[in-house]
Design a protein around this ligand. Structure first.
Ligand SMILES: NC(=O)c1ccc[n+]([C@@H]2O[C@H](COP(=O)([O-])OP(=O)(O)OC[C@H]3O[C@@H](n4cnc5c(N)ncnc54)[C@H](O)[C@@H]3O)[C@@H](O)[C@H]2O)c1
Length: 283
């Protein structure tokens, strides 16, 4: 089956970026969220980001003008029934995603692949709530989606070779580089990245160095484009904590214990850039 229309669930940070890249590459997109204001905000972000790409001469004005009308935003999930492929990018909660996958399984044609952009939830577990576990897969994009080249493609225990091949090709059509990974807590990206961020937080908590100094070490010494604490603020400290908890529970090794300073900051509502305060102040 040729994929022409794609359903994207969730119009937040990742969902609007995913809708952006599919529309930019010529796919029709049905973008679904639970409230109209989230869709309006997502569409506004897509509009701004497409304009920025034109200004930076990454795309032409024609590509931008053709992309926007391809996106149909709706709060009516039933509109996904006509889609040829699904990317779920709703909030990182198993209850939310399992309810969605159960319903999508009823709603979508039997041959349609259901993919998730989850950062840490088991693809195998999501697949198990459907009657098509061979057609469930992880399609893990990176933030900001229009710019980042990587798509981590995660195979659940039952994911078929055909499903994997389709998603790999689709990622390439979006001008992304797919990398194959098996299902395990945190996959590869977060399994390796999050302990680094967590350890940087321990260094601050124990007074080894200030956040600025830790970040400088990584920027100047390891040529990282941003230091680990700037990155943690960018990702969201609540998201970092959730991922550490998923890895601790799933892998059972105390090396994944979230830093107590991270827990305290999340309790205080210091969630990083999005809340105006994290390891740095943003207002
Ligand atoms: N933020 C990142 O850097 C990043 C990177 C890679 C993957 N992810 C993953 O992408 C997913 C989305 O993360 P985000 O950062 O975009 O979150 P977000 O909070 O910005 O957006 C989530 C959106 O999902 C919507 N939503 C919640 N329940 C829904 C439902 N039942 N139906 C439709 N929409 C629903 C919310 O209203 C919200 O607009 C998560 O699984 C997250 O782990 C995030």
């Amino acid at each position: 089956m040729e994929i022409k229309s794609v359903g994207v669930i969730g119009a937040g940070t990742m969902g609007n970026g995913i809708a952006h890249v599919f529309a930019r590459s010529g796919y029709d997109v049905v973008l679904v969220d639970v409230e109209q204001r989230f869709l309006d905000r997502g569409l506004e972000t897509i509009r701004k980001n497409l304009d920025r790409e034109v200004t930076k001469e990454k795309i032409t004005a024609e590509v931008r003008d053709a992309a926007m009308p391809r996106i149909a935003a709706t709060v009516d999930r039933k509109k996904l029934a006509a889609c040829d492929f699904i990317v779920e990018a709703a909030s990182e909660r198993f209850e939310i995603k399992s309810e969605l996958f159960r319903d999508l399984d009823q709603l979508c044609r039997p041959e349609v692949i259901l993919s998730s952009n989850t950062s840490s939830i088991s693809i195998t577990k999501l697949a198990a709530v459907t009657k098509r576990p061979d057609k469930v897969i992880g399609m893990h994009f990176f933030n900001p989606v229009p710019m980042m080249k990587l798509v981590e493609v995660i195979r659940g225990l039952a994911t078929s070779d055909e499903t994997y091949a389709t998603v790999k090709q689709l990622a390439e059509k979006l001008d992304k580089n797919p990398v194959e990974v098996n299902d395990a807590p945190g996959f590869v990206s977060n399994r390796v990245l999050m302990p680094l961020l967590n350890e940087a937080m321990y260094a601050v908590m124990e007074g080894v160095a200030t956040p600025e100094a830790v970040d400088q070490v990584f920027k100047l010494g390891m040529a990282h484009p941003m230091g680990p604490l700037t990155l943690a603020d960018f990702i969201g400290l609540d998201v970092c904590l959730d991922i550490m908890c998923v890895m601790l529970a799933g892998l059972g090794d105390p090396k994944y214990r979230p830093c107590p300073l991270l827990i305290k900051m999340v309790d205080a509502g210091w969630l990083g850039r999005k809340s105006g305060r994290g390891f740095y102040q943003y207002q």
